[in-house]
Design a protein around this ligand. Structure first.
Ligand code: SAM
Ligand code: DTB
Ligand code: SF4
Length: 338
């Protein structure tokens, strides 16, 4: 049985949410919200199971964009060492190691505003082909993409493309000035048209209001179809970025946002993405209870640290979490029972 089947059995998926409705869900008493989210979770996904994803930065730093949260922007002095595009062989070897470590999805990130055509794009296509041949889900996040590029990535075997909306349309301009919300939506549409699954979510803790978080969820939940994968990142505050001095986010805000995302997008994989390093295991446990069923493993995200493999093994053991085997998380980015 695929999730699509269980989804219709559970009453269908909506794309016509209003902001007011989403606000009503987001502002429920926390325990009521988490309880409802767990019910929705169980109607659409196996309980106690998480997808494990591995990130690698294939091109690091010197990015022309000015995203206020990002250590890789050329606009800020953050101490991130710049690195040109990696060799395909090296990336594919890392993917093989990621698979040995138990990852079922391999995500390649590049600090680009947009994908450059030519030698570098050809190298990325070779990486995608190599990773797909290892029978891993393959994801890329390379910045803006044209339809022609999306089609070539699809042909190379790409499962998913990550492109985050990050925050609400109103707050977006406070964080980034070098591109607009509409650019992000256009890339997501190109990805969708090419038949690649969409991975899109946001970042919490950038000084946004509750209304902005509701606005982000509204944008995501009104995409048709929903993004198959929704990463919720807690801002990693990196020295030198304009957001380095933001106060720490209350982890319960992550829980609330994840629970709301789970209710709005019942069949999607919701990822507890960046920020686990600065989160207690109790907070992470609540995020999983609220419906997160995916996470990044491996000791580094793109440029910042992630919990160590030993710590994650212990977390899985203590919570009784099992990981999806690669045969279970199928290459179309959705879960299929064996
Ligand atoms: N350059 C491409 C882009 O922006 O789409 C791909 C790489 S970019 C680093 C991928 C995503 O990482 C961003 O959209 C953002 O949501 C997330 N990210 C970057 N810096 C972060 C930080 N300090 N904390 C949390 N998430 C972050
Ligand atoms: C996503 O939503 N989070 C990941 C992945 N997609 C590419 C990136 C997190 C980056 C955190 C900051 C860093 O390590 O540079
Ligand atoms: Fe560049 Fe992506 Fe970082 Fe923005 S988030 S500065 S586009 S690498």
């Amino acid at each position: 049985m695929t999730t699509e089947v269980s989804q219709s059995a559970a009453g269908g998926v909506r794309h016509d949410w209003t902001r007011a409705e989403i606000g009503g869900i987001y502002r429920l008493p926390l325990l009521e919200l988490v309880f409802r989210a767990q019910q929705v979770h169980r109607a659409h996904h196996p309980p106690n199971r998480v997808q494990t994803c591995w990130l690698v930065s294939i091109k690091t730093g010197a990015c022309p964009e000015d995203c206020g949260y990002c250590p890789q922007s050329a606009h800020y002095k953050t101490g991130v060492a710049r690195q040109d595009l990696m060799e395909p062989g090296e990336v594919i070897a890392q993917a093989a190691r990621a698979k040995e470590s138990g990852a079922t999805r391999f995500c390649m990130g590049a600090a680009w505003r947009q994908v450059p055509d030519g030698r570098e794009f050809e190298a990325v296509l070779e990486m995608v082909r190599g990773v797909a041949a290892l029978d891993l889900e393959v994801c890329c996040t390379l910045g803006m993409l044209t339809e022609a590029q999306a089609e070539r990535l699809k042909d190379a075997g790409l499962t998913a493309y990550n492109h985050n909306l990050d925050t609400s349309p109103e707050f977006y301009g406070n964080i980034i000035s070098t591109r607009v919300y509409e650019d992000r939506l256009r890339t997501l549409a190109a990805v969708r048209r090419a038949g690649i699954t969409v991975c899109s979510g946001g970042i919490l803790g950038m000084g946004e209001t509750e209304e902005d978080r509701i606005g982000l969820l509204h944008q995501l939940a009104c995409l048709r179809p929903h993004p198959e994968s929704v990463p919720i990142n807690m801002l990693v505050r990196v020295e030198g970025t304009p957001l380095a001095g933001e106060p720490a986010l209350d982890p319960l805000t992550m829980v609330r946002t994840i629970a709301t995302a789970r209710i709005l997008m019942p069949a999607s994989m919701v990822r507890l993405a960046a920020g686990r390093k600065q989160m207690s295991r109790e907070a992470a446990a609540l995020c999983f209870f609220a419906g997160a069923n995916s996470l990044f493993i491996g000791e580094k995200l793109l440029t910042t640290p992630n919990p160590l493999p030993d710590e994650d093994e212990m977390l899985f053991r203590e919570l009784g979490l099992e990981t999806f085997a690669s045969e279970v998380t199928a290459r179309d980015g959705r879960i299929h029972a064996r």
